[in-house]
Design a protein around this ligand. Structure first.
Ligand code: COS
Length: 401
């Protein structure tokens, strides 16, 4: 597979005017400028997705960017997880390399439950290593028969004399087979639906855990099925309260859904930049592609789709960080994050498709940036809550209001 071309081929830096919006403060602006400069200088061979991801984690850790995935008390950059910093990071990284964004995001998603509900010992044992890139994290929620319907999971945690025993499967696990530890959600009360799920930390070398079944997808990134066969874990492995796992999973997803929107936004902005540059240089019928009103109208549509995605993404992040009525943990914030994820991923798919169309035959040529983005964006409409799940969240929220 041909690797993503990281640097902007036209020499222009990604747009930063949106950072002037009142959603952000001066610390965000300074961080964004440092990040843009850093990301533009990175060159990673992405022909092997697993090796490339490990490389990105090392680089992101060494440069201090992973510190935004955990709180300050455990090696993080800021006192608490800051949604606006996460949004800026993911948007900027996705603009340069969707795989860099993936490597960053999984450190946050994989350790999010430990940040939210881990014991002091769990936080001290895992979070500093996540923040410096020494430990790769993964979030193991989905199963072959439980994707959108989380409560239908079957992986069983049975109490033993020394802790718990895990039996069952997880699938579509990002960083599967490469992670140093997994936060695994399992049934502790099989008859209690969403109220019978608990979260556990499972180290990758746990006996009875097989992560060798790699899954290959259209935009390659590390993904695997995990099989647990009488896998013993200690009594100190549970994260948060017994049977409190469903809410913990939802709370973790709430933080990162707005950042998935940001990743989609970064990819859309990159496709838009590629389209603008291409239309200005491509000669056709005695003028450039950009001279056609049809092209201008299409670029206008792309620009409005990007703006709409940006506003909802930044609003959700701001709301979580700053709102006194619709902040973290409120149904209003869950709805804002759902709105952002739905709109940004769906809009990005359309923007990237339009950019590809403008490139003509080059657009479908393997190795072209828009061809790569066309494959990269697709899974964002599915993972961390498919578009249909976001619609359901928004619909239920509207009916409760
Ligand atoms: N924060 C805190 N609590 C939440 C919550 C949230 N965001 N969302 C739901 N809950 C709580 C509810 O309040 C309810 O609590 P009580 O039992 O005390 O009433 C409980 O969790 C169950 O909620 P609900 O009845 O809405 O659950 P459903 O089984 O109907 O599922 C959806 C709701 C579909 C929204 C949920 O399963 C979901 O998000 N699915 C997608 C999962 C996903 O993103 N998978 C990808 C994994 S990562 S790639």
């Amino acid at each position: 597979m041909v690797a993503f071309e990281h640097p902007h081929p036209h020499g222009a830096l990604p747009p930063t005017a949106h950072l002037e919006l009142p959603f952000f403060d001066d610390e965000h602006r300074a961080m964004a400028n440092r990040l843009v400069a850093w990301a533009g200088g990175q060159r990673v061979d992405e022909s092997d997705d697993r090796a490339a991801c490990q490389d990105w984690v090392q680089r992101l850790g060494a440069a201090g960017w992973l510190r935004y995935c955990v709180p300050e008390a455990h090696g993080g950059a800021l006192p608490a997880l800051d949604s606006r910093a996460l949004v800026i990071l993911r948007e900027t990284l996705a603009y340069h390399s969707p795989l860099a964004d993936f490597a960053f995001a999984m450190q946050g998603l994989g350790s999010g439950a430990i940040t939210l509900a881990g014991s002091t010992g769990q936080q001290a044992g895992y979070l500093p290593a996540v923040a410096n890139g020494n430990k790769i994290a993964a979030f193991a929620l989905s199963e072959p028969e439980a994707g959108s319907d989380v409560a239908a999971m079957a992986l069983r945690a049975t109490p033993t004399a020394t802790g718990w025993r895990l039996d069952g499967q997880k699938t579509w696990i990002s960083n599967g087979g490469m992670a140093d530890f997994y936060v695994v959600f399992a049934k502790t009360d099989p008859d209690a639906g969403a109220r019978g799920i608990s979260a556990f930390i499972v180290d990758a070398n746990a006996p009875g855990l097989d992560s060798s079944a790699h899954i290959h997808v259209m935009a390659p990134h590390p993904l695997a099925t995990l099989t647990f066969t009488q896998c013993p874990i200690g009594s100190d492995a549970m994260v948060g309260a017994v049977n409190g796992g469903f809410k913990l999973a939802m709370q973790t997803l709430d933080i990162f859904r707005a950042s998935v929107a940001a990743a989609a936004l970064g990819m859309a902005r990159r496709a838009f930049a590629e389209a603008v540059a291409h239309t200005k240089s491509r000669k056709m019928f005695g003028q450039t592609l950009a001279d056609f009103q049809l092209t201008q109208a299409r670029l206008g549509e792309m620009s409005a789709l990007i703006d709409a995605a940006a506003m909802l993404t930044y609003r959700a992040a701001w709301q979580r960080d700053c709102s006194s009525v619709g902040g973290a943990g409120t149904p209003a914030y869950t709805a804002a994050a759902a709105s952002a994820k739905l709109t940004a991923t769906e809009n990005a798919q359309r923007v990237i498709d339009m950019a590809l169309q403008m490139h003509g035959g080059r657009g479908v040529q393997v190795g072209n940036v828009v061809e790569h983005l066309y494959r990269d964006i697709r899974s964002l409409r599915i993972y961390e809550g498919a578009s249909e799940v976001q619609l359901l969240i928004l619909g239920k929220h509207a009916l409760k209001a």
